[in-house]
Design a protein. Structure first.
Length: 229
């Protein structure tokens, strides 16, 4: 069965977007990523679609894009999952478009710098459980794309920051712990609406609700309880 790709393209950030339709009539038991490689090599060789990709195995998060309206990894979606035969590809909307399906996600890493997402002291003994779960974050931006409270440059850093904070909070000691507790409260806890849309969309399957509960308990509720004692 042929699949019709409708790809939202843009030559540059300053150019108007336009939709290009491509008919793909090969095996549908393949991923969007593999189909895009074929389209660029065989069907649009003179004007290939710009998109980011690397591992092809759902390990790097580079190929995140909107597929039929939802943020997904192109290497994690198969054509046969869309029985209607139409697949729309768009860049993520929460980040500045660079070209075609490529967006500038540097705000994720800038936010981690503002968060102070690193340890200056030795890690504590509890570096398991939620810390391991958080370490699987791909920084792909899918969670931020569906978050109703996140926008690039805002005070709320979203679940991408939660993943880093949750990991470090469970390992931090001394001054690191105090610093991270304050940053977590300011950059995540105050802005999170608890919609948990991030949990439902995460391609790595990270249970952000679990991270949220554990981080809130450590950084907010236990600290408040100690302050009352």
């Amino acid at each position: 069965m042929a699949v019709k790709f409708e790809i939202l393209r843009r030559r540059s950030a300053s150019d108007p977007p336009y939709t290009q339709t491509v008919i793909y009539d090969r095996d549908t038991d393949t991923t969007v990523a593999e189909a895009l490689k074929y389209i660029n090599a065989e069907l649009l060789a003179d004007d290939p679609v710009s998109w980011e990709h690397s591992c092809g195995q759902k390990k790097c998060g580079a190929c995140a894009m909107r597929i039929n309206g939802l943020p997904k990894l192109a290497c994690d979606v198969r054509l046969k999952d869309f029985p209607g035969g139409v697949i729309t590809l768009e860049p993520l909307k929460k980040f500045p478009v660079v070209r075609d399906l490529i967006v500038d996600r540097s705000v994720i890493f800038d936010d981690l710098k503002k968060l102070g997402a690193w340890l200056t002291e030795d890690a504590g003994p509890d570096s398991t459980g939620s810390a391991y779960d958080a370490s699987r974050c791909l920084r792909c931006g899918c969670c931020l794309e569906v978050c109703p409270n996140f926008y690039a440059g805002g005070e709320f850093f979203g679940a991408a920051a939660l993943a880093s904070a949750a990991r470090l909070i469970s390992e931090a000691q001394g001054s690191d712990r105090k610093r991270l507790y304050g940053a977590y409260n300011e950059r995540f806890y105050r802005g999170c609406g608890r919609s948990l849309s991030c949990r439902d969309i995460c391609p790595a399957g990270i249970d952000t609700e679990r991270l949220l509960v554990a981080s809130n308990a450590a950084a907010i509720w236990k600290r408040l309880a100690r302050s009352r004692d």
